[in-house]
Design a protein around this ligand. Structure first.
Ligand SMILES: NC(=O)C1=CN([C@@H]2O[C@H](COP(=O)(O)OP(=O)(O)OC[C@H]3O[C@@H](n4cnc5c(N)ncnc54)[C@H](OP(=O)(O)O)[C@@H]3O)[C@@H](O)[C@H]2O)C=CC1
Ligand SMILES: O=C(O)CCC(=O)C(=O)O
Length: 444
């Protein structure tokens, strides 16, 4: 395989999908050497089959708003690869959603799910519908209309969606209700469900907690931990909230959180009580992060991201490409020792280069945020055996999965000078399992 040539060909065939090209380039450039040790892969053009999604569904979603106006959005589901299990991955509702973004997310998901060691393939879906500013009734009608199209393409053994940006427990509940009605069956077709109808304990917490468990493993390699460390967190949604909760529990101090309008900087740290305020603000009232600054009298910076603040650790937990090369340089100059990604692909390629050249600990999202989909996998297991595990049981399994992912990254990513290239480690480990499964299954 010539990675540059494969990428050039994909760019020509699928233009105007920059995030998809970016994600593919990162993976190909790090697996090229390992791939070329296996001439049998190239004989069956494995790489092309791995980069191009198995199929993509694209549909119109029409719904009525509270004023009686008819609204139309686009809906998508990218079924990327099911070599190791049913397609699995979240649904994103955000005005920026387009096919290229969902293709990057589904591609990343395939390697991430492979790393979890659970039997899950990769997929992702969503819509350019934005729940921001919509009433509960509007969100419900939209979710129902979305599922009216999607339901025929998914199933507990086929494709199991979950949440992502703009899709939390409320939206999963509405989509589950509609799927149940249409299919006339009660099954574990979605994860991230409410606990009363098959949801797993710890699923809401899992991505944030898992990121911190991964970070702790990285810090351990340097003989340190979170105690007394100052952290920058971006975002204030599901992943950010539980990241902050775990940092507080393990003795660290979080000084920033953000949303798409700006960030707050609280030098005293966001404590339990302040985090409860944010959870209520964001999950119940669906307010803006600036209201935190108004309540606690701290700094709020509109239209900016938190990376210029001084800290030991950065935990990007909002969205893709939210941390660029200049911001990475600033973080390094300010003494950051570790960056662990809660979001998917939040660091640009330039930022990653800066972190790796500075030889700081840097964990890509597909390894560090794999806790969310891991507990989704555990939710699928509990649904299949019709039992539910305790909080402690799920949390222990999550810890052990994150530890194993860390070990896989170290195994495949340690360089000659001892520096662990977690990007390479995650990509090679994730790739090898999917590749072997594809080889065993023939050309399909
Ligand atoms: N939920 C999960 O289990 C998992 C999520 N992830 C990834 O984590 C990230 C966050 O997801 P999650 O917390 O679930 O989503 P939420 O919708 O709960 O929260 C998203 C947060 O990011 C902010 N945000 C979204 N888009 C932008 C943007 N374009 N610019 C600046 N800020 C933005 C939102 O602000 P605002 O409210 O203003 O839009 C909000 O604070 C995403 O990259 C997602 O793919 C990864 C693994 C699992
Ligand atoms: O829980 C899931 O199935 C998917 C979570 C997700 O979307 C992700 O890992 O990016």
């Amino acid at each position: 395989m010539n990675a540059a040539k494969v990428l050039e060909d994909l760019k020509r065939r699928f233009p105007n999908e920059p995030e998809y090209h970016q994600a593919v380039e990162e993976v190909l450039s790090t697996i090229e050497e390992e791939y070329n040790k296996h001439p049998e892969f190239d004989k069956v053009n494995l790489i092309e089959r791995l980069c191009i999604p198995d199929r993509v569904y694209q549909f119109r979603v029409t719904w009525m708003d509270d004023k009686g106006n008819i609204q139309t959005n686009m809906g998508y589901r990218v079924q990327h690869n099911n070599a190791i299990g049913p397609y699995k991955g979240g649904i994103r509702f955000h005005s920026s959603v387009n096919l290229g973004i969902l293709k990057f997310l589904a591609f990343e998901q395939t390697f991430k799910n492979s790393l979890t060691t659970l039997p899950m393939g990769g997929g992702k879906g969503g819509s350019d519908f934005s729940p921001r500013g919509k009433s509960n009734a509007e969100v419900m009608r939209f979710c129902q209309a979305f599922m009216l199209e999607l339901w025929r393409h998914i199933g507990p053994e086929t494709d199991v969606p979950a949440g992502d940006i703009g899709v939390g427990g409320r939206e999963v509940g509405f989509m589950f209700g509609m799927y149940k009605k249409l299919s006339h069956e009660f099954s574990g077709v979605l994860t991230g469900k409410g606990r009363e109808f098959g949801g797993s304990l710890i699923r809401p917490e899992a991505t944030g907690y898992g990121n911190i468990y991964f970070l702790m493993e990285m810090l351990k390699t340097k003989g340190t931990d979170l105690k007394g460390k100052t952290c920058l967190v971006s975002g204030s949604g599901n992943v950010a909230q539980y990241t902050v909760e775990k940092v507080i529990e393990l003795g660290g101090k979080v000084v920033t959180m953000s949303d798409s309008d700006g960030y707050i900087y609280d030098p005293d740290g966001i404590d339990r009580e302040k985090l409860d305020f944010i959870m209520e603000l964001k999950n119940l009232y669906r307010g803006r992060i600036r209201e935190y600054a108004e309540k606690y009298g701290c700094k709020y910076v509109a239209g900016a991201r938190p990376w210029s603040e001084k800290a030991d650790i950065a935990l990007p937990s909002a969205t893709q490409n939210e941390l660029n090369g200049d911001e990475a340089k600033q973080l390094v100059a300010n003494g950051v020792i570790a960056v662990s990604e809660g979001a998917n692909m939040p660091s640009t390629p330039e930022a990653i280069r800066v972190f790796q050249e500075a030889k700081i600990l840097y964990a890509p999202g597909k390894a560090a945020n794999a806790g969310g989909v891991s507990v989704s996998g555990l939710e699928m297991t509990q649904n299949s055996i019709k039992l539910s595990w305790s909080q402690e049981e799920v949390d222990e399994k999550l810890k052990s999965i994150m530890k194993n992912i860390h070990e896989a990254c170290v195994q495949y990513g340690t360089e000659a000078d001892g520096y662990v290239n977690y990007v390479k480690g995650a990509n090679v480990a994730g790739f090898m399992k999917v590749a072997k499964a594809m080889m065993a299954q023939g050309i399909v």
